[in-house]
Structures are given as C-alpha cells and as structure tokens.
Design a binder for this molecule. Structure first.
Ligand code: SF4
Ligand code: SF4
Length: 476
C-alpha cells in the first residue's frame, strides 16, 4: 500500500516536472519567435530608413539609421541567446510590453488643441495691389506708383523704395547671381509671361451636356497624365478672388470680375534634392521649372473644358485672379504651414500650384486635415532658419481679413530675395515635411498625422537625423 502510494506520488511528481519543463520550453520558444518577429520588423524599418537616407544623399541620417540597425540586431539577439537568465527574460518582457504600449499609443488619434484654424464668417478679399510682386512692379509704372503711394498706402513708400533700389531677380549684382544659370529662371518666367494669352479663350459655341461626376473623374485622370501630382476641386466664392487687379499694368486697380463656379487646383511637385540647395540658384530654377509645369497642366485643362463649351481660365504664375493657397486647402490638397505655404500630405511644401476656374459646376472635394497646425506649433524650424526673421514665432496665428494664419513679413522676405538674386526657399528646404515621397517618409507622415505625442517624437528624430539648422551649400 505504502509502496503503491510512493510509486503514484513519484509518477505524478515526475509528470508535473516534465509538464512544467515542457511548458517552460514552449514559452521560451514563443518568446524567441516574438523576439525574432519584433527584432526583424524594427531592423527592416531601420534598414529602410538607412537606404532611403543614403539614396536622398542625407548621410547623417543614413549613418544614424545604420547605427540604429546594428544596435537593434544586437539587442534582440542578446535577448534570444541569454533568455535562460531570469533577469534578461524580465527585461525582455518589459521591452515587449513597452513596445506594445508604444504601438497602441501611436495608433491613437489625439490632438489637445484644434488642428485647423477656422475662418471667420466674413472674409475680406485680398487686394492684389498689396502683394509684394505688384508693389515691386510699380518701380516701372510711374502712373500707378503715384496713386499707390500718394493715395492708398503712403506708409509703404519708404519701405518699398528700398526694395525698388535693389537689382531685379536674375540681374547681376545679387549675392548668388550666376552668369549661366540665373538667366535660366529668367527665361522660364518670361516664357510664363508670354503664355498668358493661352490661359483664357472662347469656349465652343454650343455647350455639351456633361455628367459632373464623370467629368470630374476624367479630370482626375488627365491632370496626372499631363504632369500633376494631385488635383482637388472646390466651389468658388466671391471672397476667394482678389478684390482688385495688381500685377497687370493694363488692369491695375480694376475690380476683379470672375463668375466661375468651380476651382480645379493642380499641384506639381518640386524636386526635393533641388530645394535642399536653397537659397541658391538651383532652388529658383526648380521653382521656375515647376511653375512652368503647373501652367502647362492648367492651360491644357482649361482648353479641354472650353472644348465642351464651358468658359474656363487657367491661373498661372504671375497671372492669377485669386491667391491659390487658401483655395487649395479647401480643395482638400493640404493645410497651410507656419511659413504660409500649402503643405500637401505626400509632398509637404515642396510643390507649386496652378488652377483652372470654370463656369461648369463640379462636385467639391472635402478638406483634409492631418495635424499640420499642431506640428507647426511645436516645430518652428522655418522661423528659426529664416535669415530675415519674416516668419512668425507666435504659438497662435493672427486673424487677418477674417482668416487665421501665421503671417509672413513679405517686405523683409522679398527684399532678401532681391539681395541674393533667388527666391530663397530656405523655409521649404528645412521643413520636416520636405522629404522624398517614398515608403519610409509616407510611414512617418502617417505616424505624425495620428497624435501630438507622435509629432513630438518625430520632431526629436527629425532634429537628430537632419539637424535643426541649415548648412551652407555651393551654387552649382
Ligand atoms: S523665403 Fe527665405 S526669407 Fe522668405 S520666409 Fe522663407 S526663409 Fe524667410
Ligand atoms: S518648418 Fe515646421 S513650423 Fe515651419 S511650416 Fe514646416 S512644419 Fe511648420
């Protein structure tokens, strides 16, 4: 009897131990598998960052990502090889739990403050005569110069006189003037100016009845076919247009009359590598090239709509009836950043815009918000790097003509352009959203669109990878 009892007890104990070790072994195998999966996923991400960075010629970012790749591999290999030590196992489990919490928090959609700035109910249209380009052109237009500085804005006479005294963009005498490459952008802008007659025209005499949804779908396909990176649609209101003409001397001072119903906004990418050369001539040549590209798409689409009998007009560089950035945001193409430019979800501010306005009613797109306003509040990189301190450091944007936005001091900015002989573009170059449109940066953009904590972390890494201040570069 006692012997039987001892035998049964021994058998049960052995089974329990065997069971315990089997469970332990299984648990360790599962832990190893999880470590392998997590370690490999992070390693792949670090490798993707490394390859992207070297490909983009961002060597500092490339070396840091490579270092991250090696440390990550070392970390997870150590967990796998040393998992028989209880302390290492505990650290391993803690690291996994931390990562799980991190993944869940990253997925949350959370912004403590409003992510966009609402316009007041009444928006006052902008007078194109007040735009810096229009004011600079008064240098060559004595008649309107007199009206502007004697009657409209005597307080601007002195500031503008100092700007008028500087050489025009593309003329010798500016810091970055290049005898062979500066004339290239002058040629492109002159081409754009000669293109003006093609931006408007008579529509076909008979209107063809079209289905607005099918027409919109066709334009969505045609715009990228001709070179656009994105296209958006919105309804036009009176306040979208300039109140008065200011750039064209023949029409200067006349009220802007346009009764078109729909805006088709076209976005064309600028090459990130060229914009990273800002404020040198490479950047303004890229700017001129993409304005030309944007104009081409707009002219073709306007002509296309006129073919169906609908009055349409292309709005191209130096030939606008409306400021395009606010319209582009309403057409769902992005948000306005601290430096006053459109920030597109994929292209950041590295783009140029053109527009077609038409009498044909087309269904509008929805506005898109992806946390830019909140990111700009914490980032401030453009403001810190702006050589003329033209960009606001304020936490909250100011309300101007009924619209809340961070205002640029255009006089300081433009005076600087004329002294260096390019359109500067440093604010575009340093913006964390100015990155190549590739898988790695798309993942990061998606990550920072989720919540304010993700944005803080991403900004920390952006500073670490790319630095906070721009470095001097060589002109061609
Ligand atoms: S273009 Fe240059 S000067 Fe003008 S706001 Fe941007 S960084 Fe400043
Ligand atoms: S640099 Fe920063 S603050 Fe400036 S527009 Fe870009 S994200 Fe906003």
């Amino acid at each position: 009897m006692i012997l039987n009892f001892i035998l049964i007890f021994t058998f049960i104990s052995c089974s329990c131990f065997a069971c315990f070790y089997a469970i332990k072994k299984a648990m360790l195998t599962i832990l190893t598998a999880i470590n392998l999966v997590v370690g490999t996923a992070i390693a792949l991400l670090a490798l993707l960052a490394t390859v992207s960075s070297f490909h983009e010629n961002q060597r500092r970012a490339g070396y840091i990502s490579l270092l991250g790749f090696f440390f990550n591999c070392l970390f997870w290999t150590a967990f796998i090889l040393l998992q028989s030590y209880p302390l290492i196992r505990a650290v391993n489990l803690l690291a996994l739990a931390g990562l799980l919490v991190f993944a869940l928090v990253s997925w949350l959609r959370f912004f403590p403050r409003p992510t966009s700035f609402q316009a007041a109910t009444k928006i006052t249209p902008y007078d194109e005569r007040d735009h810096m380009f229009s004011r600079n052109a008064l240098k060559f237009d004595e008649e309107h110069k007199k009206i502007y500085y004697d009657q409209l804005h005597p307080e601007l006479r002195q500031i503008d006189a100092a700007i008028h005294a500087r050489p025009e963009l593309g003329e010798p005498g500016a810091t970055f003037y290049h005898p062979y490459y500066s004339p290239a952008f002058v040629a492109a802008f002159s081409f754009l100016s000669r293109l003006k007659p093609l931006t408007a025209g008579n529509p076909a005499q008979e209107k063809t009845k079209v289905d607005p949804h099918q027409m919109k779908a066709a334009i969505r396909k045609l715009a990228p076919y001709y070179g656009a990176a994105d296209v958006g649609f919105t309804r036009l209101e009176k306040h979208h247009f300039y109140s008065h003409h200011g750039r064209n001397p023949e029409q200067w001072g006349k009220p802007v009359e346009c009764h078109h119903q729909t805006a088709i906004v076209i976005v064309v990418p600028m090459k990130v590598s060229a914009m990273k050369k800002a404020p040198l001539v490479q950047a303004i040549n890229e700017s001129a090239r993409s304005y030309t590209e944007a104009a081409k798409v707009a002219c073709v689409l306007a002509e296309y709509l006129r073919h169906f009998g609908y009055d349409s007009r292309a709005h191209t560089d130096g030939n606008y009836l409306a400021p395009l950035v606010p319209i582009a945001t309403e057409a769902g193409l992005g948000e306005v950043g601290r430096m006053g430019l459109l920030i597109h979800p994929r292209l950041g501010p590295c783009l140029r815009i053109s527009m077609v306005s038409t009498e044909l009613e087309l269904p509008p797109d929805k506005k898109k918000e992806f946390g830019v306003a909140n990111f700009c509040r914490i980032c401030l990189k453009c403001a810190e790097n702006c050589p003329t301190r033209s960009i606001s450091f304020d936490d909250q944007p100011a309300v101007d003509r009924g619209v809340a936005h961070w205002k640029i001091i255009q006089e300081k900015c433009f005076a600087f352009w004329k002294s260096i002989g390019t359109d500067c573009g440093l604010c575009i170059s340093v913006c964390p959203y100015t990155k190549e449109d590739n898988l790695f940066h798309r993942l990061v953009r998606r990550y920072i669109s989720r919540n304010a904590w993700n944005q803080r972390l991403a900004l920390f890494f952006d500073d670490l990878f790319y630095g906070r201040r721009v470095k001097a570069k060589k002109n061609y």
